[in-house]
Design a protein around this ligand. Structure first.
Ligand SMILES: [Zn+2]
Length: 466
């Protein structure tokens, strides 16, 4: 957030910078413009007037973000003077980024054609920055940018699609649904909204609704191969699920096949409700949306999930469990259910952005800690632990031995993290990840420790060499 600085300190050195600007309609009112970069100055851009020349000053770091700099200069030029009206006697005015104040200030600037055009232009720039932020995985900031754009141009359907994307990526599907439905009301031909609605419905297991939306998106743009692929997958999944019977408990939909498995389904639903409470207390998280669980005979489980023989279950947004895993000892069954349910919690809290080591480490922690066997394994492999950054992707492609070491290392990393910072901070990391997919950045924001320093600490805690 930009803060308002009175220009009491004069910069020692000024640096003129060139900035590529698309001239907005309101520029002719300002005959001359300079952009001045103040080295080292924090805070937001300011507008000065010197004998007919307009000077906008901003920090080097802000200037480095080209789109932000461009946006703010245009905003200042278009008369969006923000707090300047709040009264600065020295002829210096600033721009405040607090959304309601700036939008109000801009709206107060007038209803002339130039003002309306200017508003539209600024809305488009905010939306453009929103899309940049979506691309960079900064979904909170993207949502804020689209919110400003929406205030300035409430009739623009694509802005609501942007709001929908950023909400969906943060797992706020209630907001995503509202924004996307609104986009379709404004422009029924906006295929992107249909495609995203398909994604929202897939996540909630409403496969028929998903197929309907993907179909609409596909009809609007038959050449979009990603929509085509999503449509095919959703159709396939819908047809697969039609072959299952279903059992509903308050927080789970358990899909099973045939009379013989009904008892197993009951047992799974009952145990999962207990796990929901236990893991919910651990994470302080009790989601309302149901989790879908599919039960299969072992052979079908392998064929449906394409997992290697060492994998005992799978979570990919739904839980996939082989019946045989449930029928072994009560302890094994409960460990498996806790493990997979932690994955469901981590998936939702982190918006699907948790790296594999964090995800698996938390699941091992949730199922009741590492076994003695894991400790031995880790001790034997202490010298060749992998950096955590190479444990971000799924372990499923690894042979059994390498996978076991990766799991053991993940468990140790999460235990060390909890020991050092407490569980609440680790939970905070998951939330941080829901608004950015950049693990390094999220880690450093939450723990104030560099990601790779923690990595070294982990290796030395296991007796290996950093
Ligand atoms: Zn797992």
């Amino acid at each position: 957030m930009w803060t308002w600085h009175r220009a009491s300190r004069r910069p020692r050195r000024l640096e003129r910078a060139s900035l590529r600007l698309q001239p907005p309609v309101c520029v002719p009112a300002h005959p001359a413009l300079s952009v001045v970069v103040l080295p080292g100055r924090a805070g937001g851009p300011m507008q000065h007037h010197h004998s007919g020349e307009t000077v906008v000053t901003m920090s080097r770091s802000l200037m480095a973000t080209q789109w932000a700099a461009r946006l703010l200069v245009v905003a200042v030029l278009c008369g969006w003077s923000g707090v300047s009206r709040a009264g600065d006697a020295g002829g210096v005015s600033g721009v405040d980024n607090s959304v309601p104040a700036s939008v109000q200030a801009f709206s107060a600037a007038g209803r002339s054609n130039a003002a309306i055009e200017g508003r539209r232009h600024i809305a488009a720039l905010w939306a453009e920055s929103g899309w940049h932020l979506v691309k960079a995985g900064e979904y909170d900031r993207a949502a804020r940018a689209f919110t400003v754009a929406k205030e300035l141009a409430p009739g623009e359907a694509s802005i609501f699609v942007g709001l929908g994307v950023s909400a969906h990526r943060r797992f706020r599907d209630d907001l995503a649904l509202a924004a996307l439905e609104h986009a379709l009301q404004l422009d029924p031909a906006i295929g992107q909204a249909h495609a995203l609605l398909g994604d929202v419905h897939v996540r909630h297991g409403a496969l028929s609704a998903a197929v309907r939306h993907y179909d609409a998106a596909h009809r609007q743009d038959p050449n979009d191969v990603t929509v085509q692929e999503r449509l095919l997958n959703a159709r396939q999944e819908r047809d697969v699920e039609a072959r299952f019977d279903r059992l509903l408990s308050p927080h789970f939909v358990v899909l099973y096949q045939g009379e013989g498995t009904r008892e197993v389904a009951h047992e799974v639903a009952e145990r999962l409700e207990a796990v929901y409470d236990e893991i919910g207390r651990m994470h302080g998280y009790f989601p309302d949306e149901t989790v879908t669980v599919r039960l299969y005979p072992e052979e079908q489980f392998r064929a449906a999930t394409l997992t290697p023989a060492w994998a005992r279950a799978l979570f990919d947004g739904r839980m996939h469990l082989p019946n045989e895993g449930i029928r072994t000892s009560a302890e094994t069954r409960d460990r498996m259910l806790k493990h997979e349910y932690v994955h469901a919690v981590v998936y939702r809290l982190s918006g699907g952005h948790a790296p594999a080591w964090l995800n698996e480490g938390l699941a091992l922690f949730g199922e009741g800690g590492a076994s003695a066997e894991t400790g031995d394994l880790l001790a034997r492999h202490a010298g060749d632990l992998e950096p955590l950054s190479s444990l971000h992707g799924s372990f499923l492609g690894r042979p059994q031995r390498a996978a076991s070491v990766a799991y053991a290392e993940s468990g140790a990393a999460v235990r060390l993290l909890i020991q050092r910072y407490g569980f609440a901070k680790v939970r905070r990391l998951l939330e941080e990840l829901s608004s950015t997919s950049d693990m390094q950045k999220a880690f450093e924001r939450v723990f104030h420790e560099r990601y790779r320093d923690f990595d070294r600490r982990l290796v030395s805690s296991q007796g290996g060499r950093g």
